[in-house]
Design a protein around this ligand. Sequence first.
Ligand SMILES: [Zn+2]
Length: 292
Amino acid sequence: MSDKWAPAARVPPGSLRITMIRCATVLLSYEGHHLLTDPWFGMHMRGLPVRRRPGRTPSQLPPLTAVLVSHLHPDHFEPAALAELSPPPEFVVLPPGAKRALAGVLRLPGRIGSLLPLPGGRQGLPPVNCRPARHPVEPQKIELCPWSEIQVGPFTVTAIPARHTGPPPDEINFVVELPGWGRLLFGGDARLDTALLGEVRRRFGPVRLALLPVGGTQICGVRTVMDPADAETATLLLEAERVIPLHEGGLWWSLPPLSRHPGRNSDLKARFARRGCPERVVVLGEGDEVEL
Ligand SMILES: [Zn+2]
């Protein structure tokens, strides 16, 4: 593992490189721009030791166009890691209500703007376009309401609703359009909602790549996250060409009956193997990269 981002490791034109860092922390590299999802690099989760190290440190990341944050649970959002990013990302995209929830926590300076939802959805309505600063010295922190979108570098990022668990603010997920490549969906830490995914499919069409959680977390017997069977259903609903499992169970201890995290990446792989298309599932360990 190198200490610094190596410019020689640029992604070939037209290819999207996905680097799995850990859990739902993923680096997406396309046309010289880089997005980071759900930043978390810590080695403890709610007091429990974490078994696997992240595949990169914040200082090893390239300059980021944006950080996309689905929700504020500590395994998906680590303010201290954001502060370590150098240079700072141009944008930090947050769920609505994050500003209030993070008051006194998120110490990065900068403006937080709220974007209003766009009634009627995305089609036929102009995008909200925030121009990146040429030499950003601090990130713009944007609360993105469901079905509204923002242009960050070459990426069009649309927030979509997501069902997960408390406390507020509610989770959002993201559909990211990459010009000349297609679109991907980032599923954060969401539960399965077939009606919602049907609406996403109707609005956007099939996705080329879905990044979906599989840990199947249960808190006091109540499931809060997709499991491999749910991720299989979501992949089929979205007509995703490929799916990369996120947030595998087993990163930290289960404490039954309080908490369980039974879902494994291999379960999702096996499900698509039984369908005769195991190649549809791309399993990445910490630090692994793939180009699509
Ligand atoms: Zn969560």
